[in-house]
Design a protein around this ligand. Structure first.
Ligand SMILES: C[S@@+](CC[C@H](N)C(=O)[O-])C[C@H]1O[C@@H](n2cnc3c(N)ncnc32)[C@H](O)[C@@H]1O
Ligand code: SF4
Length: 386
């Protein structure tokens, strides 16, 4: 596999959290008790179900996402890894990531996750400032998060953590100082997300009532530029809009999504993309945790959508994902997904205008967005595809 090949991943969704963060619209729920035995059996059943279609393939990554997968028992994580190994061939250098909340209780389980086969840990640090953490509704302090990062780094060769910036009242100087402390702490990878107000969240209500003001466009742009500049200078350039890594340390699982490769998605609400006999299929599992569990126990899976992606949609999806990457979409990927070169698949006049504006580059390697293009990718995609 060349480094530009998309790989083949498996995503496992764990939909439970200790509390619901006010900004988060992920499929995550707070429950008093979770029957790990039932959940384990159901996740294994969905792995079996999808293996029936894709068993001949080599898995290059497994990703336990959520919700809070660090609330899974290590035995549950181990059982899913073992089942994947029994049903598929695993690449010798397979990347197995688990998302964890940085509390001391969870750090106590890191040995168990490593013994289960996890080799990459991604921590939701969010901020290195206690006031900001309280505002974000987090159940940990900055000191606790930093301690969890140290525990993770001592146990896993590969680690990453998430930060959220563009918080109310945050200026470029304060952010620069906080990000510099994060970089000093970081290993090979850091995800830096701009706070977005998502529909249906507690923050959306507060925003609507005028109780929560996010930075204006100019401030947000300055914060983004500060991020790019500081991270590049630290040897962790952006390889995707919000993701930074030392070259070679990119998250391979997420690269599979952005390169529009195939992946199995199991667990409540998980999405998948599978190419079977040349047809790209979109899959989605039932979203509500208890209904998902009941469906898997009754039918062996909770697939609620499994349909071909029409050719025009396939081109759109490939560009929506691929233009997030600094490397963009390789010509070979255009040919594989659409049967065409980018010049033939896209409108020449629109391409020329976006290239002249400094937002897109099309050359021998393929099509990519410039830094300015990535900063306003939704508008660039609308102008390219409308
Ligand atoms: C599934 S969570 C990560 C794992 C774990 N549940 C945690 O919170 O520590 C995915 C990440 O998305 C980011 N995120 C979620 N909602 C966001 C929002 N509205 N704006 C910006 N980032 C957000 C957070 O950084 C979060 O860590
Ligand atoms: S940010 Fe993480 S811990 Fe918070 S609700 Fe979302 S998934 Fe759960």
């Amino acid at each position: 596999m060349t480094t530009l090949e998309p790989g083949f991943g498996i995503y496992v969704h764990w939909p439970f959290c200790l509390s619901k963060c006010p900004y988060c619209d992920f499929n995550s729920h707070v429950r008093a008790g979770v029957d790990q035995g039932r959940w384990r059996a159901a996740l294994l059943a969905e792995l079996d179900h999808y293996a029936a279609d894709t068993a001949g393939r080599t898995v290059t990554s497994l990703f336990f996402g959520g919700g809070t997968p660090s609330l899974m028992q290590p035995a549950t994580v181990g059982a899913a890894i073992d089942r994947a190994a029994a049903r598929w061939r695993l690449a010798p250098d397979i990347e197995i990531t688990l998302e964890a909340n940085p509390t001391s209780a969870e750090a106590a389980c890191f040995d168990g996750f490593r013994a289960a086969g996890v080799n990459r840990l991604s921590l939701g640090v969010q901020a290195l400032d206690d006031r900001a953490l309280r505002f974000l509704g987090r159940g940990h302090s900055a000191a606790e998060a930093m301690a969890a990062v140290a525990v993770a780094q001592a146990r896993f060769a590969r680690t990453s953590f998430d930060l959220i910036y563009a918080r109310p009242g945050q200026g470029a100087a304060a952010w620069r100082e906080e990000l510099a402390r994060a970089v000093a702490l970081a290993g090979e990878h850091l995800s830096v997300y701009q706070l977005t107000i998502e529909p249906g969240t507690a923050f959306e209500g507060a925003h609507r009532r005028g109780e929560l003001a996010t930075p204006d466009e100019d401030t947000a742009a300055a914060l983004y530029e500060t991020t790019q500049e500081l991270m590049a200078a630290a040897g962790l350039p952006a390889y995707e809009i919000s993701n930074h890594a030392r070259p070679g340390a990119e998250c391979r699982h997420n690269l599979t999504y952005w390169r529009y490769g195939d992946y199995v998605g199991i667990g409540p609400g998980a999405h998948g993309r599978l190419t079977i006999d040349g047809v790209k299929l979109a899959t989605r599992q039932h979203r509500a945790p208890e209904a998902w569990l009941a469906a898997v126990e009754a039918e062996g899976h909770a697939t609620r959508r499994r349909q071909p992606v029409p050719p025009a949609e396939r081109l759109n999806e490939m560009l929506m994902m691929g233009l997030r990457l600094a490397d963009g979409v390789a010509r070979r990927r255009f040919r594989v997904e659409t049967g065409l070169e980018p010049e033939a698949a896209l409108d020449g006049e629109r391409l020329r205008r976006l290239a002249a504006g400094g937002f897109l580059v099309l050359d021998d390697a393929g099509l990519r967005a410039t830094a300015a293009g990535r900063q306003r990718l939704d508008a660039v995609l609308a102008a390219l595809l409308a």
